[in-house]
Design a protein around this ligand. Structure first.
Ligand code: ATP
Length: 579
């Protein structure tokens, strides 16, 4: 836990130092009045108490109380400023860090879990740390000072009181163990609930269309129930141990009284010392009781903090030599890559796409076509070999620099819950209105936008849910046109569209790929007949390479795929003819 706290403190060391100093000072001012109480008792039992001296002590104690009040306010304010500063730092660090992670990290991790780290775990830290740390620091310091007073007064009785501490500590270690185990289960249950909610809301359309509302709700309901049970256990299980620790303190206090009375009866303890231990001895335990409860809660907070730090430690994509290419040909040199270490989905792939030419990727489903485009965009880094743009290894470029060179049009289009205009503007935020309109025109967006109530300024709806698939495609092409990046990655967008939309989109794509280096994942071979180069993949390896004519002549896998598609196409035409 200490390590995790230091990791967090590093971001605002000055503020943390100031806060800790104030807390220690506050602790001292909680303890010092006990010293004056001790002097008052001594004076009273001196046989000849001096009234004025007693009053002086009382005035000093009142003065100390006022300072203590002032310090308490200052400490609360500073520790809250520190807590919110530290949690803000954590959020900013997480935000910056997430940006620099490869896309792979996001695909590999449960999105609900990642969201709960950013939202829940940081909030957990914020809430618990703010409320416990100030108490703990001042309580520990106050205990130390009161112990010194008591040791000076009578070391034997002081040792009896202090002997309770290691025993309490053992009990707290037990509670700590339970909190850590149960806390992890609680956090897991909480994340499951978040993930199931996310799944339920995101998939609501499909869940409804397959009539699975009840079934899916069962898994959400189960997650909620598990979370409820885990929450109760987290609260209840360590509770008795904390109470036991408190009772041990009470028992040792009673033991100390018994021994003190014996010493008093034997004449080895003065009456003033006996009274001192009865009054101040009890005060020794007050801060400790606070520490006992707060420590257990802090351990729970540490589970959240560890999760935040784990995310912060995920390796970021580096920029290597921070090079910027001047040309835009794309080269793969003996690239092998696997999403998981055990299995390579790309095996020793080499090719070159010259600047301003079009290369098509063809192959059966799962052969690795999309993976190749993901490596060009540096969504993932190649395991072996290198991916180069203009002679520069993408690993030697800032990931943002790579993204800036690439426009992508994929089958699945994501639109923001904003206007069509702003969704296009996203391609190049500093573009002028005329440029956006021109891109919308070239991508055939204006054709349908002018029929909408607010034209280009009509809302696309969250994820583009107020538009058809073809319309969303055209917006994404307009966005790519506006970006005007030198490299275009196309996951053949027309695969699932009706003929009318397909024509529109083909026209829009013709505009997009003009004078660009283009890699297209092709599903319909007719659309890539004129490609400068076709790469045929099979099981992640390069099976064939050449132009359409070369590959037909070679009479291999491409020829087979071509024949199949021709037959299916012919069959479709026949069916239409018959109809
Ligand atoms: N994020 C991922 N995590 C793990 N494995 C993945 C991931 N994405 C793809 N794969 C696997 O990698 C292999 C290649 O997938 P890829 O999507 O590149 O194929 P594809 O040729 O584009 O397929 P399709 O034509 O069906 O889109 C497949 O076996 C797939 O299951």
């Amino acid at each position: 836990m200490i390590k995790n706290l230091f990791f967090t403190f590093k971001t605002s060391p000055g503020l943390v130092r100031k806060s800790i100093l104030l807390e220690l000072l506050h602790g001292a001012f909680i303890a010092v009045p006990a010293g004056f109480l001790l002097l008052i008792i001594r004076e009273l039992f001196s046989g000849n108490p001096v009234q004025s001296r007693l009053w002086n002590y009382i005035w000093i104690m009142i003065g100390l109380l006022i300072i203590q009040l002032f310090l308490a306010v200052k400490t609360i304010v500073t520790s809250n400023i520190m807590t919110y500063q530290l949690s803000t730092n954590l959020r900013v660090r997480l935000g910056n860090h997430l940006q620099r992670l490869s896309m792979g990290t996001f695909k590999q991790r449960d999105p609900g879990d990642l969201a709960s780290v950013v939202l829940q775990d940081v909030a957990n830290f914020e809430m618990i740390f703010g409320h416990t740390i100030a108490n703990m620091a001042s309580a520990i310091f106050a205990t130390l000072i009161i112990s010194v007073f008591l040791l000076i007064t009578d070391w034997r009785l002081a040792l009896v009181l202090l002997a309770a501490l290691p025993i309490c500590w053992l009990v707290i270690i037990g509670a700590d163990y339970l909190v850590s185990r149960q806390g992890e289960k609680h956090v897991l249950a909480r994340n499951q609930t978040g993930a199931r909610f996310l799944e339920y809301v995101q998939g609501i359309r499909h869940i409804k269309s397959f009539g699975m509302t009840g079934k899916r709700f069962v898994s959400l309901d189960k997650a909620l129930n598990d979370f409820r049970k885990a929450s109760i256990r987290t609260e209840v299980i360590p509770g008795p141990l904390v109470i036991i620790a408190g009772m041990i303190l009470e028992l040792f206090f009673l033991l100390m009284i018994g021994i003190a009375i014996t010493f008093f009866a034997q004449g080895s303890l003065a009456a003033s010392a006996l009274i001192t231990f009865l009054i101040i001895g009890y005060r020794l335990y007050e801060p400790i009781k606070i520490v006992l409860v707060d420590y257990v809660i802090l351990r729970y907070m540490n589970i959240s903090l560890s999760r935040v730090i784990d995310v912060l430690r995920i390796k970021e994509q580096t920029a290597g030599k921070k090079l910027v290419p001047e040309k835009f040909d794309v080269v793969f040199e003996n690239v092998s890559f696997g999403y998981h270490q055990e299995k390579n989905v790309l095996k020793n792939i080499s090719f070159r796409v010259p600047e301003n030419s079009l290369m098509a990727l063809v192959g059966p489903s799962g052969s690795g076509k999309t993976t190749i485009t993901s490596l060009v965009a540096r969504f993932w880094d190649a395991g072996q070999g290198s991916v180069k743009i203009g002679g520069v290894d993408v690993k030697d470029m800032e990931p943002a620099e790579v993204y800036a060179l690439i426009s992508e049009v994929f089958q699945e289009v994501y639109l923001f819950d904003d206007t069509i205009f702003n969704n296009i503007l996203f391609g190049r935020p500093d573009a002028t209105e005329d440029e956006v309109i021109q891109a919308a025109d070239l991508a055939q967006v204006l054709d349908f936008a002018w029929e909408l109530p607010n034209g280009l300024h009509s809302k696309a709806g969250e994820g583009g849910n107020q538009l058809s698939g073809g319309q969303k495609q055209r917006i994404s092409i307009a966005r790519a046109l506006l970006k005007d990046a030198p490299i275009v990655l196309l996951d053949e967008a027309t695969a699932s569209l009706d003929p009318e939309n397909e024509i529109y989109i083909q026209q829009a794509i013709q505009e997009l790929v003009k004078n660009k280096t283009v890699i297209v994942v092709a599903h319909k071979l007719t659309t890539i007949k004129n490609a400068n180069q076709i790469l045929v993949l099979k099981d992640g390896a390069l099976a064939e390479e050449g132009t359409h004519q070369d590959l037909i002549t070679a009479n291999g896998l491409y020829h087979q795929l071509w024949n199949i598609q021709q037959q299916v196409g012919g069959w479709k035409i026949k069916r239409i003819d018959l109809g």
